[in-house]
Write a protein that binds this ligand. Sequence first.
Ligand code: NAD
Length: 305
Amino acid sequence: MSKIAFIGLGIMGGPMAGHLVRAGHEVTGYDVAQEGVDRLVAAGGTGAAGVAEAVAEAEIVITMLPQDEHVETVIFGDESAGGDGGSDDGGVLRHAKPGVLLIDFSTVRPETSIKVAAAGRELGLRVLDAPVSGGEQGAVDAVLSIMVGGAPEDVEAAAPIFEVVGRTYERVGGSGAGQYVKAANQLIVGGTYALVAEAIVLMEAAGVDAAAGLDVIAGGLAASRILDIKRESMLARRFQPGFRIDLHHKDMGIASAAARSAEVSLPMTALVAQLIAAARAKGYGSLDHSALLKVVEELSGRTAA
Ligand code: NAD
C-alpha cells in the first residue's frame, strides 16, 4: 500500500481518490475547492492545505486537473503559469521526493505532458501521462480506460493504481503518447454525440417515436456506448454534467493542434470542433457535452421537443 498525494478532487478525481482510499492506500488530497477536500476526508482520506503539504510524504503523486494551465501551476508552481492559484508554495516538482511516481490523469496537450515529464526526470521523478475515458460514471464505477505514455517500467509500477480506478489500461508510447490517444478518443466521442443529436432531431421532426427509434438503433450496427448510457437523458433534455462542454471544447482544441503538428487533415474533427465552439458561444459551456443536441436542433429552428 502506498502513500498517495491526490491533487484535483473534482467530478473525476473525487471518486478516483475515494476508490484508492477504500483499496487501502493512504491518500492525502488537495483541491482549491474545499468541497473536494471535505469529500475525501469523509471517505477516509486526509486533507491538505496546499500542494507542498499534500506531496511532502508521498510515494505517488496523482493529478486530475481541468486544463494545461492548472497542471502547469500545480507541477511547476505559480511562477511559471497562470491558473487557479493555491499552489504558490512551489508546486509538485519543488516538494516531491526523488523517485516519486507522478501520474497525471488530466487531459492536456501532448507538449505539456512532454514538458512535465522532462522536468520531472531531471529531478529523479518518474512521470506518466495517463488520460482517461469513461466519463463520470466510469470514475464512480472504477471502470475507466487509461491511455498511458511513459517508460514501460513506470507503467508497471503504476499498475496497482490503474487497476483500482480502471478496467483497461494500455501503454501507447513514450511521454505525451497517452494524450494523442485521448485526443483521438475525444474526436470520436464528439462526433458520435453530434450524430446522435442529428438522429434525434430528424426522428422528432418526422413525428416518429424517437425513443423507440433509438432503442432499435442501439441494437444494430450503430450501437454505441453513448447511445447506451445517454439516449434517455438526451431525449429528456437533461444536460447536467458529466463532462462539460467547456472541457470538450478544450479537447477539440488539443485534437486540432495535434492534427496540425502531425500534418494530417481531419475534416470531421474540424466540423465537430465548430459545433462544440457554437455550444460554448451560446452559453452552454457548463452543461454536459450531450447538450450538443441543443445546437443541432437550433440549427433547424427547433427547441426542446
Ligand atoms: P473538474 O473541474 O470537476 O475537477 C477538476 C478539479 O481541479 C476541480 O475540483 C478544481 O477545483 C481543481 N483545481 C483546479 N485548479 C487547481 C489547483 N491549482 N490546485 C488544486 N486543485 C485545482 O473536472 P473533471 O471533470 O474532474 O476533469 C478533470 C480532467 O479529466 C480534465 O482534464 C478532463 O478533460 C478530464 N476528463 C473528464 C471526464 C469527465 O467526464 N468529467 C472524463 C474523462 C476525462
